[in-house]
Design a protein. Sequence first.
Length: 82
Amino acid sequence: MPTLDETLAKIATAASLDERVAEIRRIPQHHGTAEHLQIFAEVARTLYVPHLTPDFAYVHGDDFYGQAHFESAYEAAYNATS
């Protein structure tokens, strides 16, 4: 049975995404369920987290977000549904 470090190394050095997925799918065959969380967390931390980038959404001023528009839409919904 491979050690945790050996499993992580095989996943990290996989030549393709398909091979990486195959290595991840082998985890239950080589490790007990108590180790799964640690392995998956380390895979995420080392292989995926470094590639995450912040994605900020900016909401620019627009009448759509104003009180008058809300009241108009609310009144229309109220009248349409009685």
